[in-house]
Design a protein around this ligand. Structure first.
Ligand code: PMP
Length: 293
């Protein structure tokens, strides 16, 4: 995958620079210890032809919450970062894109706190996929991290070693993606997405505590309220999902995408006839709605 070309522009510490010329310190504490925070954001070409960053404020506010959760100094302003992101999209002529802001630490080989941190924002083209193809899922042999070991609500880079291990294991075994339980063997989430399952027209999703309770998850809850779909947040087991009618992943990158199976359990409902499908269609519409201001 080519994330950038020779003329691609990124935002780096207040400046718009060529991606190919931007540098970072190889002694950065972030690189050595996975000690950085990031966001995964999408922009969409909307129905009036404008480009809109979906839930921009929510994402940049979470970036701040993530940084503060792991003691990275955060001196950036959400409005300025959003403006910088639109400028990156504009300079690279991007509409449907994936946007990746990262906040990282200076050179520091110790574990001590830093007095400053740095930011960059990259973006590359990514078409909406909202897949018609349902996912063949595998219950991972890896669990999500113990929330007493990590600030689990923070989108910290180091957490993603767990995601990488789980995803690679599932793909090595011929599945599309992994699904992870928490340390108590309760349903948790995917390597980069939250999960809902559906039974008798009601949606269920793991409550916050052992998951990154995502912005798309919050959007799905919003959509369910709008559509009058009942949703419950709770603590669930594999037995619960393996007697469900349908299930789906939701996340910024994944959007809303249905599951075909989990291990040897095939979800019996036709996805097109589920509430989950109604949620997917509403999400699809929402992301391409022009911003009101
Ligand atoms: N869980 C994990 C572990 C993730 O990495 C993501 C992607 N950020 C999500 C859930 C979904 O979050 P969001 O909807 O905010 O993208």
């Amino acid at each position: 995958m080519n994330y950038y070309q020779s003329n691609t522009i990124i935002y780096h510490n207040g400046k718009f620079v060529k991606a190919s010329e931007a540098t970072m310190d190889l002694y950065s504490q972030s690189l050595h210890y996975g000690y950085s925070v990031f966001e995964g954001i999408r922009s969409y070409k909307t129905t009036d032809g404008s480009t809109a960053i979906f839930k921009a404020v929510e994402h940049f506010e979470r970036l701040k919450v993530s940084a503060e959760a792991i003691n990275l100094p955060y001196s950036f302003d959400t409005k300025e970062l959003i403006a910088a992101t639109y400028e990156v999209l504009n300079q690279n002529k991007l509409g449907d894109a994936y946007i990746r802001p990262v906040v990282y630490a200076p050179a520091n080989m110790s574990f001590a706190r830093n007095t400053e941190s740095y930011v960059f924002i990259e973006a590359w083209e990514m078409a909406p996929f909202l897949g018609d193809k349902l996912l063949r899922m595998m219950t991972s042999s890896f669990q999500r991290p113990n929330p007493k070991a990590f600030k689990i609500h923070a989108k910290a880079a180091g957490h993603y070693v767990n995601s990488i291990l789980a995803s690679q294991e599932a793909k090595d075994k011929g599945y599309d993606e992994a699904f992870l339980l928490d340390m108590n063997d309760h349903l948790a989430e995917g390597p980069g997405a939250n999960m809902f399952f559906e039974k008798d027209g009601v949606l269920f999703t793991p409550k916050p505590g052992h998951i990154l309770a995502g912005i798309t998850r919050a959007t799905v809850l919003e959509i369910c309220t709008q559509l009058g779909i009942e949703v419950r947040e709770g603590t669930y087991t594999l037995q619960d999902i393996k007697s469900a009618d349908a299930a789906f992943f939701c996340g910024t990158a994944a959007e809303v995408i249905g599951w075909e199976s989990l291990d040897d359990y095939v979800f019996p409902a036709s996805f097109l006839e589920t509430k989950s499908y109604q949620v997917q269609q509403a999400y699809k519409k929402m992301v391409v709605t022009p911003l009101s201001n």
